[in-house]
Design a protein around this ligand. Structure first.
Ligand SMILES: CSC[C@H]1O[C@H](OP(=O)(O)O)[C@H](O)[C@@H]1O
Ligand SMILES: Nc1ncnc2[nH]cnc12
Length: 290
């Protein structure tokens, strides 16, 4: 099938450059309004859809981003492969500010967000044992390497609710748990992408050492913004490299991301809530039809 690359732009990444046929498209969803309109266009012959996670001008905080609407909107635009770009704090000396980490695991400590498309009336259970797409993550890694930035393949991302940063005690505890980086947004986004059968990869840009590091003060937003500004060019170069590396055809995902719902829906057809089934037509239409 035709590949459409989605890019979820995090803090500091509010647009992408160089798109042909570029236009900001408003998308309505049954889950409410997405964070902003979606910038669509073509890059190196591949269709692209860019959504600034917090909206242009950074309007939505991590707890108020409508993650379901964002994923539904991208699915409506036929996104097959979604690359998230995010700012993170680091729990590892060697994952230094300025480095990129291709995240491969999550610990979800968020608690004030809608985490599933499937509620009472149409229950489904997908696997997120491997919450990112390994194929897409490989490509994101290649794209990051091509920019010359120091990049780490693999890392566990602690998703916290925020918007306040962690205390020193929390920071030390997450580090002891084996987490590598911390942020506020990749959950439930990655879970919802899996429910919507979209391949998902997370590129984390390290902006700080959170608050555990004895040689660095507690994380401050001013330091984060300075590091982000310095990294914007690398993030843009990484995104620009994706279509050339991925190509215009999405072959079936070897890890099954694009078939995650195949045996996931538990609710008997006659017991399904027609109103919810209708809301699910974009993300689950493939398996709910017929
Ligand atoms: C600007 S620091 C805190 C903010 O930045 C990260 O957002 P994103 O993942 O969209 O780059 C972090 O998760 C917080 O929401
Ligand atoms: N230290 C940190 N904690 C949570 N989110 C972040 N985003 C960037 N740095 C962060």
């Amino acid at each position: 099938m035709e590949r459409v690359i989605g890019v979820m732009g995090g803090s500091g990444v509010y647009e992408i450059e160089g798109l042909e046929e570029a236009r900001w498209q408003s998308v309505e969803t049954p889950w409410g309004a997405p964070s902003d309109a979606v910038l669509t266009g073509v890059l190196s012959g591949v269709r692209m859809a860019f959504l600034p996670r917090h909206g242009r001008g950074h309007v939505h905080g991590p707890s108020s981003v409508n993650y379901r609407a964002n994923i539904d909107a991208l699915k409506q635009l036929d996104v097959t492969d979604l690359v998230s770009v995010s700012a993170v704090g680091s729990f590892r000396e060697e994952m230094a500010p300025g480095d990129f980490v291709i995240v491969d695991q999550f610990i979800d400590r968020t608690f004030a967000r809608e985490k599933s498309f499937f509620t009472s009336g149409c229950v489904a259970h997908v696997s997120v044992a491997h919450p990112v797409c390994d194929r897409l993550s490989d490509i994101a890694f290649e794209a990051a390497r091509g920019t010359g930035v120091s990049v780490h393949r693999g890392g566990t991302y602690l998703a916290m609710e925020g918007p306040q940063f962690s205390s020193v005690a929390e920071s030390r505890m997450y580090r002891d748990w084996g987490c590598d980086v911390i942020g506020m947004t990749n959950m439930p986004e990655a879970k919802l992408a899996r429910e919507a059968e979209i391949c998902y990869a997370s590129v984390a840009m390290v902006t700080d050492y959170d608050s555990w590091h004895p040689g660095h003060g507690a994380v401050e937003i001013t330091d984060i913004l300075a590091t982000l500004r310095a990294n914007t060019a690398n993030a843009k170069a990484l995104v620009a490299a994706l279509p050339g590396l991925l190509g215009a055809t999405h072959a079936p995902c070897p890890h099954g991301c694009d078939r995650a719902l195949e045996h996931a829906i538990m609710t008997a057809p006659e017991k399904r809530d027609p109103a919810l089934v209708s809301k699910l037509s974009t993300v689950a239409g493939r398996v709910l039809k017929g």
